[in-house]
Design a protein around this ligand. Structure first.
Ligand code: GLP
Length: 279
């Protein structure tokens, strides 16, 4: 049975081999606390994706104030973080016990580098919300031993009780975190060589100077992402259309790491119409 729900548009071309279990994101219920199975929702504009994602994240925190989050960077989640900050200023939530782990960080630049994901997260979210500093975990891009750093990060995630909600973007090449094409489903946190396209996509963080973008990064592995109890993936913009189509309809393959998500028991994808244009 191939079935999908398109809640925000009438377009009915997409298919998935997973049943739909969830209610719309507009429901007053904290839907993210239940199993998603595998579900795609399409919104007209990226801002609507951001608003829905912010709603889900805040609902998740509200229902489980001790939740452990896996957080993305990139252009896509910026509006989601902005919406979260705005709403938390209007209606504070108990955040003292929330823990977050970031998906990835460039290797070879310090945390306070303007292009680092540490800096990104401080600017986008962490400087504006009341989660204690000690609860905000990011990989150290200056670690002398990437292997030891990644092993320690995995141990921290395990000690926190595992990831409750993994929030992901998707690269135009189908990467999740910085798990580039070729990544194995069994991979744990590791150092990865960045593909030219991924470096180019991140050059906006480095004054548009491609040569300044680090050539490698540390990323949480696919296996670690797959162990998250729930996954929320955001895809906006036409440059994500082919990757999203391959994620939904293509083979489950290391060539498109995001396709592994089809093996996960609880995935919600929020996309705008541009990203959904090839479904
Ligand atoms: C970036 C990050 C990923 C992110 C993806 C998409 O390089 N490492 O975690 O999800 O690539 O980024 P963007 O939202 O800017 O398209």
């Amino acid at each position: 049975m191939l079935k999908i729900t398109l809640l925000k548009t009438t377009k009915d071309t997409a298919q998935t081999d997973r049943d739909v279990l969830m209610k719309p994101a507009t429901s007053a219920e904290p839907i993210i606390t239940k199993a998603f199975s595998f579900r795609l929702e399409i919104f007209k504009e990226p801002q609507a994706v951001a608003e829905a994602a912010a709603t889900l994240l805040l609902q998740h925190i509200s229902v489980n104030p001790k939740c452990v989050l896996l957080l993305p960077t990139g252009r896509t989640p910026l509006a989601m973080y902005a919406a979260m900050v705005e709403r938390l200023q209007q209606k504070p939530l108990k955040l003292e016990l929330v823990q977050s782990f970031n998906l990835d960080e460039f290797y070879g630049i310090p945390a306070d580098h303007p292009g680092s994901y540490h800096t990104y997260m401080r600017n986008a979210l962490f400087d504006h919300i009341a989660v204690p500093q000690a609860n905000l975990h990011l990989l150290n891009g200056m670690a002398a031993s990437p292997e030891a750093e990644c092993a320690a990060y995995e141990a921290q995630i395990e000690a926190a009780g595992g990831i409750d909600l993994g929030v992901l973007g998707i690269g135009a090449n189908g990467h999740i975190g910085f798990n580039e094409p070729g990544s194995e489903v069994t991979s744990r946190s590791h150092r990865v060589a960045l593909q030219p396209g991924s470096r180019a996509a991140n050059s906006y963080l480095f004054n548009d100077e491609l040569e300044s973008v680090p050539e490698s990064a540390l990323t949480v592995g696919i296996a670690t992402i797959m162990e998250a109890r729930q996954i929320l993936l955001l895809a906006t913009g036409p440059e994500k259309a082919s990757a999203l189509a391959a994620l939904m309809h293509g083979a489950i393959t290391p060539k498109l790491p995001a396709s592994y998500l089809r093996l996960h028991h609880s995935v919600l994808i929020l996309a705008d119409e541009a990203a959904a244009s090839e479904l």
